[in-house]
Structure formats: structure tokens, C-alpha cells
Ligand binder design. Structure first.
Ligand SMILES: *[C@@H]1O[C@H](CO)[C@@H](O)[C@H](O)[C@H]1NC(C)=O
Ligand SMILES: *[C@@H]1O[C@H](CO)[C@@H](O)[C@H](O)[C@H]1NC(C)=O
Ligand SMILES: *[C@@H]1O[C@H](CO)[C@@H](O)[C@H](O)[C@H]1NC(C)=O
Ligand SMILES: *[C@@H]1O[C@H](CO)[C@@H](O)[C@H](O)[C@H]1NC(C)=O
Ligand SMILES: *[C@@H]1O[C@H](CO)[C@@H](O)[C@H](O)[C@H]1NC(C)=O
Ligand SMILES: *[C@@H]1O[C@H](CO)[C@@H](O)[C@H](O)[C@H]1NC(C)=O
Length: 666
């Protein structure tokens, strides 16, 4: 009883993927070339289904190529790390299936005749045989006395046998050491990390629910040199089996990296799992027969039910907006947000953003701390900004960008759920005495963090994203004082290389570049301008414009430039920094700040140059003082259209997601 309606999305970046050669080892993900056998099947969205409801089957998927695990000269096994998201759903209300194993083994053609109790890896006679050369991590959902299993829900590291070297009940440790158990076959997607360090000779296995950040404490940690067990060239993949009772075993996403840390998986880009449909007639022994009349009645009921569901769906569809369909999996239940924020109590308010209040909260069940931004959605303006915000950030992942976890709509209000930033925004640290002071190394790190977040938006993401409102209030700090850029309410998507079009001026006074205020065209260069001002602000601990200060000190950039001309640039530094600072870094930040906030857009460096300069990989131009002094020449004169013609300036790309039809069966 399904309605088969499909969803075609405009954005399918995963489908066109080119692998970059990696000098330090292979790196791949589920977009790579895969080899399937048995019941395994990969659908068009990249969802790997290892088994379905067929009893007594084995499904295996391997990365198509052998990987070099061992150094041929000295025989050491390289470090590797891998992470994957899986989901196990048992059928008909009865626990079935044997679970999933991630496996490293010498062949991708394990014998299909192996009994399914052995997860498709062994048979009775070769269990424990050192010639197997099999290292596996099992997610075991079945008690089997012969393998010394204690329960039907555990994770173990297996070497050449299914009797695990080390085993633990499925779950994860929170940072304070509290253990939370997880049910492997709950049908919920979970993520697991397997990391081997060749120096420490240690394998760590870490499990966690999707959307809960990777725990610091691994579930399993085994000190073992893998070199006696692995051969030089090995395959990596997954195997899964069913018995008389079945379960669907899925791998939703997988990344692997040899000799390095594997990239995290972006949950928003994972494929959806089709709902499991109970077969109408189940007769494992062919005993069950149903008379024609009964089936006739059933078919009639199904037809009318389908029609009813179809009409109901159609009605529902009109409520779901196109961006919402695309953003589907992130929709939070209002009830959860209500509980998390204690009913949106005023005491839970963290602050007021551009569009509404921000509340802090703790999600029930997972205990994850979140920040919830409430956006009033009666005005058209608010709605448009909202769409821009979720469509953009929902798909971005970078350590220096605040992560949007999801959203919720309820009675005309929109709620955006973000990772909670424990330390709040940067402006509090710069201007509020009680928040505490930042020393130089912290300030320098914040500058570098923001630079790398902005570099990602400008140059590393598939589309150019202009932030449009870079200022200390939009720079947030986590518990470890890592800085993250937040509030993309004004961000607009721009495809690389589209023609510039004018849009309304947005931003905050003091951070708006001359060409932006004149032409209204935001560009990556106008972001660089604002970033330059923010750098100066962080170093000097003062606002870009102080209306009541003396003429000399009123405008931050003019003051810094004048002090530089007088060869005493260090006097502008915030007194709260004290004497503990690195003079070269401070000078670099001040000079680069002036360079970035140059009135002529075309002169400003781009973010990749900024990163190189901050990392001291590149040097500032030796005549930089002359360059930044040209601001005097241009002051008051019209700089004809340089900024507007800047190749990177661009504006709103229409946010269209094409969909033909939509479907869920329920
Ligand atoms: C897979 O890797 C390629 C390149 O290594 C990358 O471009 C692509 O975005 C990745 N796909 C996913 C789904 O992570
Ligand atoms: C692993 O990476 C290190 C440092 O990046 C490099 O020196 C080494 O050669 C790499 N080893 C292999 C086997 O690629
Ligand atoms: C083996 O060789 C690799 C790369 O040449 C090197 O990184 C590693 O430290 C060596 N290990 C030992 C134990 O010598
Ligand atoms: C078990 O598997 C091994 C390796 O594939 C094979 O040589 C052996 O014949 C099998 N034993 C039985 C009893 O099936
Ligand atoms: C750890 O934190 C969780 C919630 O974050 C709490 O429920 C638990 O009691 C804490 N455990 C300890 C030992 O403090
Ligand atoms: C495994 O976890 C321990 C404890 O958190 C950590 O010290 C160690 O570096 C980890 N090893 C690997 C290979 O990730």
C-alpha cells in the first residue's frame, strides 16, 4: 500500500563527483566505485542495502579497489580511519537478522555458501584460522553462545574469528563519562567511527546517534598491532546476513581515509531509507493460503485506502514548501523544542538576533545542548530570509561555521535549531568587562578561525556564499574558544560565475564597504572589507566608529593607518592584551586589517591570500604602506565601478528546487 511518487531535487551535488588524488593515502566515500554481491544493492541515491526481507541471505559491499594497508619495506600497517552511518530495521515486530560487520579482508568474494550465522565471514572449519587475515568490527544483533555473545546488542572487534577480542554493549559515553546505551536495530540511523593509529598500535571504535557529535571517549579501544593480521593489499567493505527472521541492514554513508582522519559525514546529504513494507502474504513454508474472495476484499480495501492516502498526501503537499521537502529530515518536533527550552521561558533567552529571540535548550532523550532561534514569520521579508538561511546553512559543514541542526514550524513561527555555542558571541568578550578578557593568542586564533570559515564560504563550497554581515556579534565561541561564524540570515546563494545583479544593501554600519553602500552590490570583496574591520576591532578592542572620540581616533582604520605612518602601530593594540603578545603577529593583523578594509575593492586580498598571510606562508607586499595610503587619494572621489566589476561580485541565485512529485507511503 504505497504511493509511488518520487522527488526530483534540483540540487544533487553528490551525483557528480571526481576523486582528488591524495598523496598521503586513498580517501573515498560512498560516491566511489563499489562492488556488491549477494543481496546487496545500491540505489540511485547512494543508499546501500545489504539485506532485505529475504531469509537466509548474505549481502556484501566492498570498495572496488584493493587498498595498500602495509608499507612494503618495513611491514608496518598504516593508520586509517573510517566512519559510516548505518540503520538496522527488523521486520514484522520480531528481532531478526544478524547485524552488520565492517570488514578488512584479502578478497571481495567470500564464499556465498558460508552459513549466515557467521555474518558471511567464516564457516565452522575456518573460524580462528590465522590464514583468514580478516579484521572486522561487528554490530551484532543476535546472541550466539558459540561466539560467547552475552547479549543481542553489542559492538565487537573481531580478528580472524567471530569471538571478539573486545566487546561492549552498544552505546556511547558522554563527555562526563556517563554511558548511554543504544539499540542497534532500532531503525534509527547511527554513526560509527573506526580508527587505527599505527604508532600507538591501537584501534578505537566510537558509536553515536546521528546528530549527536562524536563522543570524545571511544566505546571500544584495543591495543593491538594489526601487522600480523593484515596483508599488504586488502579490500574494505561491509557484510550482513539474515536468518529465518529478517532485518533490513542499510549503510547510508561511508567515508574512508588511509593514513589520516576521515572526513565527517554530512547528515543532511544522506539518502532516505524507504519504508519497509510488510509482505501481504507471508508463508515461509508455503502453508498459508488465502482464498480468492479474501484477496479480492483485501485488494479493494487497499485500493480505497490508497486513494484516501493519495488525497490526504496531496492536501499535505500544499502545506510543505519546496525548500521544506528538500530539508525534510531536519524537521524537529515542536514538542521537543518546547521541552528543551522549558516552554520558551524568558530565563532561557540567550540574546536577540536580527530576526528574533534566541533560546538555549537541552533536547530531551539525547541531552544535546541547542540554541533555538525563533523567527516570526508573518512578514514576507522574514520568510524570504528564513528560506535563504535554512537552504544555505542546512548543507554547509565546516568547523568554523555554526551548524544548523534543523528547524521546526509551528503556528506561524519558525524555529531554527543550532549547535549551542557555550561562550556566546565575540562582542561580549571585547566589550563586556564581566565576560572575561581575551589574551593575544586567543584573539589571533579567533581571527584565523573566522578567516577559515569565510574562506570556505567564498572559495571552498560549490557555490559562492556571501555572508553579508560579518561583525563580532555574529562570531560565536564554543566551550574551547573556537570561533564560528553564525547568522547567515543575510546570506544569499550565488553560483560561481553568474552575472552580478543588484540587491538591497544589507549589513551593519561600520562594516559596510564603500562600494556596497554606493551600489548595493554585495560581493566576496565586501565581506573581506568587513573581515578587515573585524580584525582591527579584535586587535584594538574598540568599535570601528566612535562618534564621540577625537577627530584622530574616531574612525578605526584612519587611526591605525596614522599610527603606522608615525611608526608606532603597536599603540593601537587593546590595553587589555597586556605585554604578552607576539609583535610580528600583531603587526600582521593590523596591517592585514588595513589591507582587507581598503576602500578600493579590487585591491583587497581574497580569502585564500588572507589565510596564507595569517599562516605566514605568504608575505605582505613590501610596499603595503603605500598601497593602503592610497585610501587618502581616493577619499571623497568616486572610484568608478571597480567594485561592481569585480569578478566575484554576485547576487541572489533564485532558490528553485524543481520537484515533480513527492512521496511517502504511510
Ligand atoms: C565524496 O568525495 C568527493 C571527493 O573526495 C567529494 O567531492 C564528495 O562531496 C564526497 N561525497 C560525499 C557524499 O561526501
Ligand atoms: C602517511 O602520512 C605521513 C605524513 O603525512 C607520510 O609521511 C607517510 O609517508 C604516509 N604514509 C603512507 C603509507 O602513505
Ligand atoms: C615504516 O615506514 C614508514 C614509511 O616509510 C614510516 O612512516 C614508519 O615510521 C616506518 N615504521 C617503522 C617501524 O620503521
Ligand atoms: C570453510 O571455508 C573454507 C575457506 O573458504 C573452505 O576451504 C572450507 O572447505 C569450508 N569448510 C566447510 C566445512 O564448508
Ligand atoms: C552527565 O551529564 C548528563 C546530562 O548531560 C547527566 O544526566 C548525568 O547525570 C551526568 N553524569 C554525571 C556522572 O555527572
Ligand atoms: C583512542 O582513544 C584514546 C582515549 O580517548 C585516545 O587517547 C587515543 O589517542 C585514541 N586512539 C586512536 C587511534 O584514535
Amino acid at each position: 500500500m504505497v504511493l509511488l511518487l518520487f522527488l526530483v531535487l534540483f540540487f544533487v551535488p553528490e551525483s557528480v563527483v571526481c576523486q582528488r588524488p591524495n598523496p598521503n593515502g586513498v580517501e573515498f566515500n560512498t560516491s566511489g566505485n563499489m562492488y556488491t554481491s549477494g543481496s546487496a544493492y545500491i540505489n540511485n541515491n547512494g543508499l546501500i542495502r545489504l539485506t532485505n526481507s529475504t531469509p537466509q541471505t548474505t549481502g556484501q559491499v566492498f570498495y572496488n579497489d584493493q587498498l595498500r594497508f602495509k608499507n612494503s619495506v618495513n611491514g608496518t600497517v598504516s593508520s586509517f580511519s573510517t566512519t559510516f552511518v548505518f540503520s538496522i530495521e527488523f521486520h514484522n515486530g520480531i528481532y531478526g537478522g544478524y547485524g552488520i560487520a565492517f570488514v578488512i579482508c584479502p578478497t571481495r568474494d567470500l564464499s556465498p555458501t558460508f552459513p549466515t550465522t557467521y555474518l558471511g565471514l567464516f564457516n565452522r572449519s575456518n573460524m580462528g584460522d590465522p590464514k583468514n587475515h580478516i579484521v572486522a568490527v561487528e554490530l551484532d544483533t543476535k546472541v550466539d553462545q558459540q561466539f560467547e555473545d552475552k547479549d543481542a546488542n553489542h559492538v565487537g572487534i573481531d580478528i580472524n574469528t567471530l569471538v571478539s577480542d573486545t566487546v561492549a554493549l552498544a552505546g556511547y559515553y558522554m563527555d562526563n563519562g556517563t554511558f548511554r546505551s543504544l539499540l542497534l536495530n532500532s531503525g534509527q540511523p547511527m554513526q560509527i567511527w573506526i580508527e587505527y593509529d599505527s604508532k600507538q598500535k591501537q584501534i578505537n571504535v566510537t558509536l553515536h546517534p546521528l546528530y549527536v557529535p562524536k563522543p570524545k571517549i571511544p566505546l571500544l579501544s584495543l591495543e593491538k598491532d594489526l601487522s600480523p593480521y593484515l596483508l599488504e593489499l586488502m579490500y574494505v567493505g561491509f557484510t550482513s546476513t539474515t536468518g529465518d527472521l529478517t532485518a533490513s541492514h542499510y549503510i547510508l554513508g561511508w567515508t574512508f581515509k588511509m593514513n589520516g582522519t576521515t572526513p565527517d559525514i554530512d547528515p543532511s546529504r544522506l539518502p532516505k531509507i524507504p519504508r519497509y513494507h510488510q509482505p501481504w502474504i507471508q508463508s515461509p513454508n508455503g502453508i498459508l493460503t488465502i482464498s480468492l474472495t479474501v484477496s479480492g476484499v483485501i485488494i479493494l480495501i487497499i485500493l480505497s485506502l490508497s486513494l484516501w492516502l493519495f488525497l490526504k498526501r496531496k492536501k499535505l503537499l500544499e502545506v510543505l514548501e519546496d525548500w521544506e521537502v528538500q530539508f525534510g529530515p531536519h524537521r524537529f518536533a515542536f514538542k521537543d523544542l518546547h521541552i528543551a527550552t522549558k516552554g520558551f521561558k524568558d530565563t532561557e533567552v540567550l540574546g536577540k538576533g536580527g530576526f528574533g529571540k534566541v533560546y538555549k535548550g537541552t533536547l530531551p532523550v539525547s541531552n544535546v545542548e541547542i540554541a533555538v532561534k525563533m523567527v516570526s514569520h508573518d512578514s514576507r521579508q522574514g520568510m524570504r530570509e528564513f528560506i535563504a538561511e535554512i537552504a544555505t546553512i542546512g548543507r554547509l559543514r565546516h568547523p568554523n561555521l555554526v551548524r544548523l541542526q534543523g528547524y521546526c514550524r509551528h503556528k506561524g513561527e519558525l524555529y531554527l535549531v543550532y549547535d549551542c555555542m557555550a561562550k556566546g558571541s565575540l562582542d561580549k568578550f571585547l566589550y563586556h568587562q564581566q565576560t572575561g578578557n581575551l589574551d593575544w593568542s586567543q584573539r589571533f586564533k579567533i581571527i584565523k578561525d573566522v578567516a577559515s570559515g569565510l574562506y570556505y564560504l567564498h572559495q571552498q563550497w560549490v557555490q559562492v556564499i556571501i555572508h553579508r554581515d560579518i561583525k563580532p556579534a555574529n562570531i560565536l565561541l564554543d566551550a574551547n574558544m573556537n570561533a564560528k561564524l553564525g547568522d547567515f540570515g543575510l546570506a544569499k546563494l550565488c553560483d560561481h560565475g553568474t552575472d552580478p545583479q543588484t540587491s538591497h544593501v544589507a549589513g551593519t554600519l561600520g562594516y559596510i564597504s564603500p562600494e556596497l553602500s554606493r551600489t548595493g552590490k554585495a560581493s566576496t570583496r565586501s565581506d573581506v572589507f568587513a573581515f578587515g574591520i573585524v580584525m582591527l576591532e579584535i586587535a584594538c578592542g574598540r568599535k570601528p566608529i566612535l562618534p564621540r572620540a577625537s577627530q584622530r581616533e574616531m574612525v578605526l582604520t584612519d587611526w591605525v593607518l596614522e599610527c603606522w605612518e608615525n611608526e608606532d602601530i603597536m599603540q593601537v593594540l587593546d590595553h587589555k592584551i597586556g605585554q604578552e603578545y607576539v609583535e610580528e603577529q600583531a603587526a600582521l593583523v593590523l596591517k592585514l586589517g588595513l589591507f582587507c578594509s581598503h576602500p578600493v575593492a579590487a585591491i583587497r586580498p581574497n580569502m585564500s591570500s588572507v589565510i596564507q598571510l595569517l599562516d605566514s606562508v605568504a608575505q605582505l607586499p613590501h610596499n603595503l604602506l603605500d598601497i593602503v595610503q592610497t585610501r587618502e587619494v581616493h577619499r571623497g572621489t568616486e572610484i568608478s565601478g571597480e567594485a561592481a566589476d569585480s569578478p566575484e561580485s554576485c547576487s541572489i541565485a533564485p532558490l528553485t528546487f524543481t520537484e515533480s512529485f513527492v512521496s511517502h507511503g504511510r
